[in-house]
Design a protein around this ligand. Structure first.
Ligand code: ASP
Length: 314
């Protein structure tokens, strides 16, 4: 039986951004307005949420997201999710790395209650800011009957952590779940699902959270890209520098330039964990018997990096 409290955790982003000139949609500074002030500006939010508990976990532009903020966020979420009074969590976040934080939290939280990330493409000083509606919609999802899992809500759509991806650098409708479409829609405060809520991870997640709290630094995993004219020199340099894992953003169905591939096989032989993800925005690598490098099982390069880092951490 879940409680009535909705926890809102602020981390910054454009939703909390301000520009000197009202209506400037690109020349603003992210992470300026406190999350309590953002919530105050949304009529009807308090009524929809019931009891609200507000915490500012960070105040950053999410392009600068780092392990310290992830650690703090995961620990605050774990704390609140355990509270029987808490019904769900809403996290305000920048759009740039929202999909990474969503996947990270999906991997580490026992999200049998909803953990809903939301954001904005326009700063709070825009002529028509999108943040207030997104916040209201995120709360609607957090209080929706049966909601579970780590979710993202923006532009009237609900996405699951696995597939959500920022697709556009400017337009307000910037997110999609390319292969599968949105998990649902928020319409006038009501959630209309297209399929079931995502299943929350448990057991394994609970082990990970201890490691997240106690291990410092986390394993170092970098991303390299296969492209025309690629060489292996970056991989060789990273191995010399002590990298523990590498994700390669491959062309097409997991193919890699032969110079880069040779370096990745050398890295793997030297004990570095190497994973292939496709750089195509849709679809996933279909592995063939005898592939020398494992694939990311459908995760995009940035999410595969997080999965590999957490696997090494486990
Ligand atoms: N750079 C901003 C951020 O990710 C972009 C945004 O939120 O839309 O924090």
């Amino acid at each position: 039986m879940s409680g009535q409290k909705i926890v809102v955790l602020g981390t910054g982003g454009t939703i909390a951004g301000t520009s000197a000139q009202a209506g400037d949609n690109i020349g603003y500074t992210a992470g300026q307005v406190g999350v309590a002030q953002l919530l105050d500006a949304v009529p009807g939010l308090q009524t929809m949420a019931g009891e609200l508990l507000i915490e500012q976990v960070a105040q950053i532009d999410s392009k600068d997201m780092d392990i310290e903020v992830w650690r703090a966020l995961a620990l605050r979420c774990t704390h609140h999710l355990k509270d029987p009074e808490v019904r769900g969590i809403v996290i305000t976040h920048g759009t740039d790395t929202l999909e990474e934080t969503a996947w990270f939290l999906h991997e580490v939280l026992d999200a049998r209650k909803p953990v809903v990330l939301t954001c904005a493409m326009r700063p709070s000083t825009a002529l028509i800011p999108d943040g207030p509606q997104n916040l209201l919609d995120a709360v609607a999802v957090a209080v929706a009957p049966g909601a579970t899992g780590v979710l993202a809500v923006a532009a009237g759509e609900v996405h699951g952590a696995r597939h959500v991806q920022k697709m556009h650098p400017y337009r307000v409708h910037a997110f999609a779940s390319a292969d599968v479409g949105p998990l649902g829609f928020v319409e006038e405060g009501q959630v209309r699902l297209t399929r079931n809520w995502p299943l929350a991870l448990d057991g394994e997640a609970l082990i990970a959270i201890e490691n997240i709290a106690n291990v410092d630094p986390w394993p170092r995993v970098e991303i390299v890209v296969s492209h025309a004219g690629a060489t292996g020199s970056m991989v060789d340099a990273l191995v010399r520098d002590g990298v523990q894992g590498l994700v390669v953003a491959c062309t097409g169905n997991g193919t890699i330039h032969h110079h880069l591939e040779a370096a990745l096989l050398r890295a793997q032989a030297a004990g570095v964990a190497v994973v292939r993800a496709t750089r195509c925005p849709e679809g996933q690598v279909l592995p063939k018997p005898g592939d020398p490098l494992p694939d990311s099982q459908g995760l995009s390069p940035v999410k595969a990096r997080i999965a590999l880092m957490l696997n090494l951490l486990r």
